[in-house]
Design a protein around this ligand. Structure first.
Ligand SMILES: *[C@@H]1O[C@H](CO)[C@@H](O)[C@H](O)[C@H]1NC(C)=O
Ligand SMILES: *[C@@H]1O[C@H](CO)[C@@H](O)[C@H](O)[C@H]1NC(C)=O
Ligand SMILES: *[C@@H]1O[C@H](CO)[C@@H](O)[C@H](O)[C@H]1NC(C)=O
Length: 487
């Protein structure tokens, strides 16, 4: 039975990176009531904190402290700044809402499931930000429901934590500091034993993936089961080593088979797993391109499919191509731009259009960045190779040839500010090859003129109202820059 997943950090294999993450899942052997999930979360938190503390023992001896409220109104007891008070009446365990930026977590703060938590081994602080999938422009609608469910009841959690605290911290303050630290935070083996006594079983990511893949591969599993397996895999493969493990276990083939499924929900979720697995993961990018998946993805885009499948497939393609000139060359030589231009033309709503344009913009600016970096004499030897690889991606010529100089301006007709902004950025990036076409494009000239007028008026009226108009100023700047290029 699924209870909940919390991403925490492991401290026992700090060899590869400064940051190491592991996802632990607790699976009760028998469910005994509603308080389970809170208790589970509480345990994870305690486990997590105890370990952080055990390696940083001297530094912060009371990483997670729940203090009984006294008569004092502020509820804070003790002089250590790390102590966190949870007061009795209505006081909540503070749940931090992660953002795109890493925020340092104070001891005692909790995070919603799915957040990305890391232990900064240099400062010893825990830091949190949105899980990777939240950061992605492509997947805005993902997990909204799940998030609501996973916000746990602070009261129940508080009670559970108090109980843990009593159990974990029987030592009084006046004992010798070192003894105190050692006995407050018990070794992992002991904690594991306690978890076992509570009928909880800690499964590693590798074990979880093996189990999921076996279930997925079983002829017995239903489509519903497969869908939920894909969702769990999607969560797991955000970790770089998990995505690589998925490949080495033969999971890539299963996901690729899912892409070819006749059930569009399986296609959608398989594409999502694939896209997440290749995101910022060069080893997996290579494996996926070698598997021939790019052609399958392009085929899906080229044939009629529900919009939601196309969105996720487009996400997978964009992730596969990012920072990977070899895949970009394959994409171009397999008619990728042609497929995208048909998709662009067919997409009235603009959702796909703007994603396509963003993807093109990313590819152009990525190449541009590499060539600019070439001016830096301090670069390593691999840079030359990278420049050489990007030189073989004939993106600009293809954009011109496939008609993108006149397609991208159509996105300006959208009513969304965000879509227009993306279009303007792409138009600027394409200006070196497209400027002749821009100049003779009377509808582009007209759009720029009227948009500039419109945004200037909006800036004016917002200034009168004293509102923030920075975003519109930015858009006008983009229009100005584009008009300069077209002179
Ligand atoms: C499929 O289910 C049947 C009974 O429902 C079971 O006997 C069989 O072992 C299962 N096969 C697999 C591959 O799990
Ligand atoms: C799936 O099952 C087949 C045989 O039924 C097996 O050959 C294959 O290795 C399995 N794949 C994975 C990833 O477990
Ligand atoms: C998916 O189907 C296409 C043709 O429809 C085929 O070329 C490709 O090999 C298939 N991929 C997998 C993984 O079965």
């Amino acid at each position: 039975m699924y209870v909940g997943t919390v991403s925490v950090f492991t401290w026992n294999k700090p060899s590869q990176d400064t940051f190491q993450t592991v996802t632990m899942k607790l699976i009760p052997r028998r469910a005994t009531g509603a308080s389970w999930s809170c208790l589970t979360l509480a345990f994870l938190l305690v486990l997590c904190c105890c370990h952080i503390v055990s390696i940083l023992g001297q530094k912060s001896e009371s990483a997670l402290t729940v203090v009984e409220n006294t008569e004092e109104d502020d509820g804070v007891v003790g002089d250590e700044e790390e102590e966190v008070a949870v007061d009795e009446d209505g006081g909540d365990l503070e749940v931090v809402q992660p953002t795109e930026e890493w925020q340092t977590l104070k001891p005692g703060q909790a995070v919603p499931a799915g957040s990305h938590v890391r232990l900064n081994l240099q400062t010893g602080q825990r830091e949190v930000r949105l899980g990777e999938e939240k950061l992605k422009y492509w997947t805005q609608e993902h997990r909204e429901k799940e998030e609501i469910q996973s916000l746990f009841n602070p009261d129940e959690l508080k009670q559970a934590l108090k109980k843990m605290k009593e159990d974990l911290n029987p030592v009084t303050k006046d004992t010798d500091q070192q003894d105190s630290v050692a006995s407050r935070f018990r070794p992992i083996e002991e904690l594991k034993r306690d978890l076992a006594q509570l009928d909880l079983q800690v499964e590693t990511d590798v074990q979880i993936m093996r189990r999921l893949l076996d279930q997925f591969n079983s002829s017995n599993s239903t489509t519903e089961q497969k869908l939920s397996i894909l969702q769990e895999l999607e969560y797991l493969v955000h970790q770089v080593d998990n995505a690589q493990t998925l490949c080495s276990m033969g999971g890539l083939q299963l996901v690729l088979d899912g892409l070819n499924s006749s059930d569009f929900r399986l296609q959608e979720n398989s594409a999502f797993v694939l896209g997440s697995a290749v995101s910022s993961n060069p080893a997996v990018q290579v494996k996926v391109v070698e598997s021939g998946a790019l052609q399958t993805l392009l085929t899906i885009l080229a044939t009629t499919q529900p919009l939601r499948v196309k969105k996720k497939v487009l996400f997978a393609v964009a992730s596969l191509l990012r920072n990977f000139p070899y895949a970009q060359r394959h994409f171009l030589s397999h008619g990728g731009l042609q497929v995208l231009s048909e998709l662009f033309r067919a997409d009235g709503g603009g959702v796909l259009r703007t994603r396509i344009v963003t993807m093109l913009y990313d590819m152009i600016s990525e190449k541009e960045l590499i060539s600019q970096a070439g001016l830096d004499p301090m670069l390593d030897a691999s840079h030359e190779e990278r420049v050489r690889q990007y030189a073989r991606v004939s993106l600009q010529g293809e954009l011109l040839e496939k008609g993108w100089c006149s397609l991208v301006p159509q996105l300006l007709e959208s009513t969304e500010h965000d879509y227009r902004e993306k279009a303007l950025r792409a138009l600027l990036a394409m200006a070196p090859v497209c400027s002749d076409q821009y100049r003779s494009d009377s509808s582009l000239l007209g759009s720029l003129h009227s948009l500039k007028h419109q945004y200037q008026e909006m800036i004016q009226s917002e200034m009168i109202l004293g509102e923030e108009s920075g975003y519109f100023v930015e858009i006008v700047d983009l229009i100005d820059a584009l008009q300069v290029k077209m002179k």
